[in-house]
Design a protein around this ligand. Structure first.
Ligand code: L34
Length: 285
């Protein structure tokens, strides 16, 4: 029976630390601000953006919401990003993805000042992560690392399998595990012997976007299983990439959905926004 890693609890701890530091900055007269940009009416994005604004309130970060209509043009969005880059109140710019199809996401990401890129999606920050010299880590992979750390799991020399190779989760996730001296395998839709590879792993991070994709027969006894998936079933219920009920009987540690990686993504966004504010103010500790 696996130990369940409680993401809500760990996220609350991270946010409490951020809050202390944000208040310390306030005493020095420094305010911290996050611009939250949402385009269109995707209901899931609305839920996540609301949670991000609420987290800002909890930790004492000022949030500035820009809710733009679905038919916003790419040029209009680029113009807003340019204004936010120049806005002194704004330490972090979050443009919630996905964007409507007529907008080129890369063009928008490239336009965000790397200093305010609290998602760490800009190629400059992606490159810095590759060489292990970064100010911001992408929120979801950073949240996964924090969950692993909170459970006291040592990664050095471990066999880790990341399922999924997206730019925002799979690829940076593999890099962060590598920085901790794990042996990392990235699996994806063309991987031939996924089950065999997975069932040898000490740590499995599932970021595929398919409900119940990872089943107990793919998991080694006692393995650490981290579920990044957020899938909405037809009945509206939320479900991860891992068959939680089956896998929890076999794994050593497991994260639930909801209440696992999701809340950590938001906590790490708060941490990055604080880091940006401190960098701007030249505060190192
Ligand atoms: N720019 N776009 C940008 N940055 C991000 O870091 C994200 N992501 C992903 C989608 N687009 C983004 C998020 O914020 C996914 N994501 C995210 C954030 C929070 C939660 C899930 C995904 C979350 O809070 N999940 C809750 C359940 C929420 C619900 O009921 O729907 C959980 O407990 O897992």
């Amino acid at each position: 029976m696996a130990e369940i890693i409680n993401g809500k609890e760990v996220a609350a701890r991270v946010k409490a630390e951020v809050r202390n530091e944000v208040l310390r900055l306030k005493e020095k007269g420094i305010d911290t601000g996050l611009a939250v940009v949402i385009v269109g009416n995707d209901p899931a994005s609305r839920v996540y953006v609301n949670s991000k604004k609420k987290a800002c309130e909890e930790v004492g970060i000022n949030s500035y919401e820009y809710a733009l209509p679905e038919e916003t043009t790419q040029d209009e969005l680029l113009k807003l990003v340019g204004e936010l880059n120049a806005d002194e109140r704004v330490d972090g710019i979050l443009v919630q993805l996905p964007l409507p199809k007529h907008i080129d996401e890369n063009a928008i990401i490239n336009a965000i000042s790397p200093q305010k890129d609290v998602d760490a999606f800009h190629p400059f920050n992606v490159g810095r992560i590759m060489i292990g010299e970064y100010n911001f880590l992408p929120c979801t992979p950073a949240g996964v690392m924090e969950l692993i750390k909170s459970a006291g799991i040592e990664l050095s020399g471990k066999d880790c399998v990341v399922i999924g190779r997206s730019n925002i989760v799979g690829k940076p996730m593999a890099m962060l595990l590598l920085h901790k001296n794990a042996t990392v395998t990235i699996c994806h839709s063309k991987t031939r012997n996924l089950k065999e590879i997975c069932s040898k792993a000490d740590v499995v991070v599932a970021a595929v976007g398919r409900a119940n994709f990872v089943t107990a027969d793919m998991v080694k006894d006692g393995a650490v299983v981290i579920d990044v998936g957020i899938n909405r079933l037809p009945d509206g219920k939320l479900c991860g990439d891992v068959d939680f009920e089956g896998v929890k009987e076999k794994a050593g540690y497991i994260t639930p959905v909801p209440g696992g990686v999701g809340p950590m993504t938001i906590a790490m966004l708060m941490k990055n926004t604080l880091a940006s504010s401190k960098l701007k103010a030249g505060i190192k500790d």
